[in-house]
Design a protein around this ligand. Structure first.
Ligand SMILES: [Zn+2]
Length: 56
C-alpha cells in the first residue's frame, strides 16, 4: 500500500494506488488537512487553509 508521511505528526498516511497530485486528504492521526505535493517521492504537505472571511 502506498503511504505518505504527515508533516505535522510524522504518521504514515495510507494513500490509494490511484492517488493524484494535489489530492487533498486528512491525516488519520492528527486530523490535519494535507495535500499531495509530489508523487515521486510521495510527499505530503499541509493543505492551504481556506479563509472563510474574505473581508468583502
Ligand atoms: Zn498527522
Amino acid at each position: 500500500m502506498l503511504s505518505g508521511i504527515c508533516p505535522e505528526c510524522a504518521a504514515h498516511v495510507p494513500l490509494r494506488e490511484d492517488v493524484v497530485l494535489h489530492e487533498f486528504l486528512t491525516c488519520p492521526e492528527c486530523g490535519t488537512a494535507l495535500e499531495v505535493v509530489s508523487l515521486s517521492p510521495l510527499t505530503l504537505d499541509r493543505a492551504p487553509q481556506v479563509e472563510e472571511d474574505w473581508g468583502e
